[in-house]
Design a protein around this ligand. Structure first.
Ligand SMILES: O=C(O)CCC(=O)C(=O)O
Ligand SMILES: [Fe+2]
Length: 355
């Protein structure tokens, strides 16, 4: 599937109503009736769309504005500063990726980005160690923008908190104990923040003249929170086609990821989503936070009550995208596929050396 083959038919929605459900997380702390209604809306939203908007998340609006200012500051640095922390330097898939260098479904993505993961020391790697231990290790930070590090690490902390709250609510909505995801998350879940900039159509040099911001995909973790700046472009696949998911002030877009699909045996499906290239003359900034699980965990199928288990369809069988219960393997799969330059430099043992 590509932006060219698939007509961009957003499911129609009145201008005053978002195409995805909008859920207010503050209702979790409200009265019992409202809390119960919130939980049933949450379950219905993830079941139907794999995605929703969330408000009432408690992250300060001025802080989020500052993150986008820093993001803009990073992308306007001289190219040599950005390239000094290129991702290809890092076996841990951390750092800067130029537009056109990441790939989704075999096609170049027209976005530049900075990937920042959990700030942890590298794990020992040697004969007999699983290949995914190399995912963990230090980030690369731009010397020219010292304010970025504390702000992004604070954001990572706050969004981990929001995601953990959401996962407790998801567990309760599935009639499971509210800490049902704790053994999957562990106290060292995989965290990843991407600061992203999508150049406008005029700046895209795609072979097919068309290009994609990022092609259709599922995120590999449990939950993703997407913070959109002013420009639209994100779309979620629905029964009615691709639905535009424009930025709504004060909200994040939450996507269910592959690990949630696996843990619920397909009761929930991970959202298939993509970003279309902005029109000529404008660009689009977004920040995405991905919460995965402990790298050494195998995701169990959670014991859903019978009525929900009867509606579980099993995880999707897509030969182009096998889902692995081993969190380390599933995470490494998507990183190797997206970043062939890192794969060839640091994982030639898995993907083969360049021809
Ligand atoms: O930029 C966005 O709105 C979404 C990005 C995304 O889907 C991803 O990086 O996985
Ligand atoms: Fe995504």
């Amino acid at each position: 599937m590509s932006a060219k083959e698939t007509p961009v038919t957003a499911t129609s929605s009145p201008a005053d109503r978002p195409p995805l459900p909008l859920l207010d997380l503050a209702r979790l702390d409200g009265g019992a009736a409202d809390r119960a209604l919130f939980l049933s809306e949450l379950r219905a939203a993830i079941r139907r769309f794999g995605a929703f908007y969330v408000t009432g998340h408690g992250v300060d609006a001025a802080f989020l504005d500052a993150i986008f200012d820093l993001s803009r500051g990073f992308f306007t640095l001289p190219e040599r500063d950005k390239l000094s922390i290129e991702m290809v330097n890092s076996p841990h898939f951390r750092g800067y990726t130029r537009a056109g260098w990441e790939r989704t479904r075999g096609r170049a993505d027209w976005r530049e980005q900075l990937d920042i993961g959990s700030e942890r020391e590298a794990l020992p790697w040697g004969p007999g160690a699983p290949p995914w231990v190399r995912l963990q290790g230090p980030n690369q930070w731009p010397d020219a923008l010292p304010d970025l590090r504390p702000a992004v690490l604070r954001l990572q902390d706050e969004l981990t908190g929001v995601s953990r709250r959401l996962l407790s609510a998801v567990a309760t909505a599935l009639h499971l104990p509210e800490d049902a995801f704790a053994p999957i998350l562990t106290d060292r879940p995989t965290q990843l923040i991407k600061l992203i900039r999508y150049p406008g159509h005029d700046a895209v040099e795609a072979e097919d003249g068309e290009g994609q911001g990022v092609g259709p995909h599922k995120d590999s973790g449990l939950l993703t929170l997407v913070l959109q700046h002013r420009q639209s472009g994100l779309q979620v696949e629905t029964d009615g086609g691709w639905a535009d998911v424009p930025p709504l002030p004060g909200t994040f877009v939450v996507n269910a990821g592959e690990l949630l699909e696996l843990a619920t045996n397909g009761y929930f499906r991970a959202a298939v989503h993509r970003v279309v290239t902005p029109p000529a003359g404008v660009d689009r900034l977004s920040t995405a936070f991905f919460l995965g699980a402990g790298l050494d965990v195998r995701v169990p199928v959670l014991p859903l009550p019978d009525d929900l288990a009867a509606e579980a369809r099993g995880p999707e069988q897509d030969p182009l995208n096998p889902l692995f219960a081993s969190v380390g393997e599933n995470t490494l799969k998507s990183r190797l596929r997206s970043h062939p330059d890192v794969a060839q430099r640091h994982y030639a043992d898995l993907v083969g050396a360049p021809a």
